[in-house]
Design a protein around this ligand. Structure first.
Ligand SMILES: [Fe+2]
Ligand SMILES: [Fe+2]
Length: 475
């Protein structure tokens, strides 16, 4: 591989060609990445020409260049947002000091762990979604899936760049391990549980990109505040791409809802059986998928009380969402925050030191943001004249991490016995029957401008192209 000019092959704004050590490290990693992509990237689609957005620089003209590309030839680049002159640390014990351009020895292990945990989610989602291309509801959607996939690949590159550049041999080993773990694998799973769940159908994909990519947004926002400047600059650029992933989710679920409402009005029914006979996805089923993806995703923020979260904040490694816009002392000592606890089988609020509750603070910010989009889905239902409304479940519902994991709670927040839960769970989470029904709808629609029966077309195409544009050329 030594004859490849990596400064050309890998678009970058980090002066790759001037750093021989880094270049060599990436030269060794790249073929392993490509073979991971061959094995675990989009199934059966490697030869398609896909209308993709590629970042070739971080400025407004460069970050979104569109054209047909074969996915394995996608130019996965390395980009950091421009440096802010004399950037200062703006929270924690080092507040006011200059931001770090290198990794301080005492924080090396924690920073590495943070970067590896973030990095691990990127290839994980590609693995989770790898079969979806075979059952796409349209070319437009197929293209969006592949766009998300190649950008998650680029996010892996972004994290591996940091590991190679700043963490020496340890970092290179972590870079290899990121290609070795596999989503859902019993022996060597991905680090976080939501990234080991299957994404078996397109409704799951849209819910995943709405809810779980939004977790990505909040994690990246917290890291964009980091005192370790290269991490802050890398994650800031990743956020520009993340917005599209959440758009795919929000508009995808919205289009499913629109199609369902249309059928409900045509057939004058809200009976799930009749709607299923008509080949659309009933709203209660959509609510159950929502409940599942919401609850699995809020677990990703970690335990409600966490001394690690306090350490990451105080040492300046990870800030809060929009840290820079907040008007408190950015130290948080002596402050408190309310978390939910279970006492004698009841949910009780408990005041704990704010520093220990920072996972919960981020989770609550996330919940607020998630609810906004659910409100926009409800507007679609309202516009169709249908009374039902979707809701996000109570945050204690179906939790597997933290104090709430030991208790069964309904979507509206009632604590209940195991037997009551078991009797009701199929009303609240997707049942085998629901999943089998959604699965039965998944067939491949690839004729330009055609859409599967269960989803409405989008209002607009990608990059101002028409909806019936040839987004994917099959070879
Ligand atoms: Fe990502
Ligand atoms: Fe994403």
């Amino acid at each position: 591989m030594s004859n490849i000019d990596y400064s050309e092959k890998i678009p970058n704004n980090v002066n790759l060609s001037e750093d021989r050590t880094l270049q060599r490290a990436l030269e060794q990693w790249q073929p392993n990445y490509l073979s991971w992509w061959q094995d675990m990237g989009p199934d059966g689609s490697q030869d398609f020409d896909v209308y993709l957005r590629t970042a070739v620089s971080v400025d407004p003209e460069g970050w979104a260049q569109f054209g047909h590309v074969k996915m394995p030839d996608y130019r996965w680049g390395i980009f950091l947002n421009p440096a802010e002159k004399d950037r200062k640390i703006h929270f924690g014990d080092h507040m006011g000091e200059a931001a770090w351009q290198d990794v301080p020895g005492e924080y090396r292990a924690n920073l590495r762990r943070i970067i590896v945990t973030q990095g691990d989610t990127e290839p994980a989602s590609v693995e989770q979604q790898r079969h979806l291309g075979l059952t796409c509801p349209s070319q437009y959607d197929l293209r969006n899936l592949f766009q998300v996939n190649v950008e998650e690949g680029r996010h892996l590159w972004a994290m591996v760049y940091l590991l190679h550049k700043y963490f020496g041999k340890d970092g290179r080993e972590e870079g290899e391990a990121l290609l070795e773990r596999r989503s859902g694998n019993e022996d060597n799973p991905r680090i976080l549980q939501a990234f080991n769940e299957a994404t078996p159908d397109w409704l799951s994909f849209f819910m995943f990109t709405y809810f779980t990519d939004r977790d990505g947004k909040f994690q990246l926002c917290a890291l964009a505040e980091s005192s370790f400047d290269p991490l802050a600059r890398t994650t800031k650029f990743m956020l520009t791409e993340e917005a599209h992933h959440m758009f795919v989710g929000e508009s995808g679920v919205g289009r499913v809802i629109q199609r369902t409402c249309q059928a409900m009005n045509e057939l004058k029914t809200d009976d799930p059986a009749k709607l299923r006979a008509a080949g659309v996805i009933d709203l209660p089923l959509i609510q159950r998928y929502l409940n599942f993806h919401f609850s699995v995703t809020i677990d990703l923020f970690g335990a409600d009380e966490s001394s690690n979260a306090a350490t990451f904040y105080s040492t300046g490694l990870k800030g809060r969402y929009e840290e820079g816009k907040r008007v408190d002392d950015h130290q948080l000592r002596g402050q408190t925050y309310k978390v939910l606890n279970v006492v004698n089988g009841q949910l009780v609020e408990k005041e704990v030191p704010m520093l220990n509750a920072l996972n919960e603070v981020l989770r609550d910010d996330y919940i607020k943001d998630s609810m906004a989009g659910v409100g926009r889905w409800n507007k679609l239902i309202e516009k169709a004249g249908i009374p039902l409304r979707l809701t996000t479940p109570h945050k204690a519902f179906h939790r597997n991490i933290g104090a709430l994991s030991g208790v069964k709670v309904s979507p509206d927040g009632r604590v209940m016995s195991e037997s009551e839960w078991a009797a009701k769970v199929n009303e609240w989470l997707p049942s085998d029957e629901d999943r089998a029904y959604v699965h039965s709808l998944m067939g491949r629609v690839v004729e330009p401008g055609k859409f599967a029966n269960w989803i409405a077309p989008p209002v607009m195409g990608i990059n101002r192209q028409p909806v019936n544009f040839e987004y994917v050329r099959f070879n």
